[in-house]
Design a protein around this ligand. Structure first.
Ligand code: ZN
Length: 145
């Protein structure tokens, strides 16, 4: 258990200090905010022939939301839209207490967040944003409290 906690902290702090794919490039994007924490994250995806060629992020927030956005962009690059949607579903299911499938790679460490209900929105925010870019979440509003 201690190892898992250390891994959780290490992965999150690494991505928080050195976020991957940071800075927007003008691809289709979605910006979502989590007012209860102050998170403000934008996710961009460049989808070419059904494949996520580039996934970028920008914004600011707590370590959980920033690290989650960074992990998301690295995991999603090169995935098909269908794979990406399945990964988003797995990740959100994991935050709700579900299993952490191997395909989530580094993102699986966010399973620990499921024990902190106040932080689940922080971790989920970038994934909801990508889902909206891909058109998977329609009109559902993830900005509310
Ligand atoms: Zn947060």
């Amino acid at each position: 258990m201690a190892d898992l906690k250390n891994l959780f902290r290490t992965v999150i702090m690494d991505h928080y200090r050195h976020p991957a794919n940071q800075g927007l490039a003008g691809y289709p994007s979605c910006r979502l905010k989590n007012p209860s924490c102050g998170d403000d994250i934008t996710i961009e995806a460049d989808v070419v022939d059904g494949v996520l060629k580039h996934v970028r992020e920008d914004g600011h927030g707590c370590s959980i939301s920033v690290a989650s956005a960074s992990v998301l962009t690295t995991l999603m690059e090169g995935k098909t839209v269908a794979e990406a949607e399945a990964l988003i579903k797995s990740f959100l299911g994991m935050l709700s207490g579900g299993e952490a499938p191997e395909e989530l790679e580094d993102a699986a460490v966010f399973q620990g967040v499921s024990q902190f209900p106040a932080r689940i929105k922080c971790a989920a925010l970038p994934w909801h944003a990508l889902a909206r870019v891909l058109g998977a979440e329609g009109a559902e509003d993830g900005n509310d409290e």
